[in-house]
Design a binder for this molecule. Structure first.
Ligand SMILES: CC(C)(COP(=O)(O)OP(=O)(O)OC[C@H]1O[C@@H](n2cnc3c(N)ncnc32)[C@H](O)[C@@H]1OP(=O)(O)O)[C@@H](O)C(=O)NCCC(=O)NCCS
Length: 149
């Protein structure tokens, strides 16, 4: 899957916001209900995405020049991973995740931590993550993966 990875720019905000909303609405069900996915997506705003671009290190995966997904990190935390529905199941999410883990490994972080949504938890567990605590009050699952082995 010949994705090209680049750092996101402020001008990507609306595209990344759109991918985030659509990925939740279209890819999270049926692992969570349509109503839950709609409620989650409806909370998201363009200004929230602009804030993320300001606060996080966000990487974009492009296929043939088209933005197919994005993932965010801050220090040793994965802060989001989203694939545009039209590119789902083509390895975009797994490729971005592996690339971000490689960046953290190069920066000598011993592990990567995240809070997985219920729908994506199995995706991470199949990629070497393990549970790192009880479900949070807002329904996320703390997970982590060692990077040194
Ligand atoms: C989770 C997500 C990023 C995966 O993206 P993707 O590009 O479709 O994933 P890939 O093509 O790399 O999938 C790789 C594998 O994971 C599986 N998979 C994809 N989404 C999955 C999910 N939500 N749960 C479990 N497995 C999943 C695929 O079937 C594939 O399986 P395989 O390796 O056995 O072939 C995408 O479904 C998404 O954006 N979901 C909505 C937003 C979200 O929940 N993000 C995570 C927030 S913590």
């Amino acid at each position: 899957m010949g994705a090209i990875y680049r750092l996101a720019q402020r001008t990507d905000a609306s595209r990344l916001h759109d991918i985030r909303r659509r990925s939740i609405r279209e890819l999270a069900p049926p692992r969570i209900s349509v109503a839950e996915a709609q409620a989650w997506a409806s909370k998201l705003t363009l200004s929230g995405m602009e804030q993320k671009l300001h606060e996080l290190e966000i990487w974009v995966a492009e296929l043939d020049g088209i933005v197919a997904g994005w993932g965010a990190i801050r220090a040793d935390r994965l802060e989001g991973l989203y694939t545009a529905p039209e590119f789902a199941g083509q390895g975009v999410g797994a490729g971005l995740l592996g690339m971000l883990e490689g960046l953290l490994r190069d920066r000598e972080f011993p592990s990567v931590h995240a809070e997985a949504s219920s729908n994506a938890r199995d995706f991470y567990l199949r990629r070497g993550y393990r549970a790192a605590g009880p479900q949070t009050q807002d329904g996320a699952w703390p997970i982590m993966k060692g990077l040194l082995t």
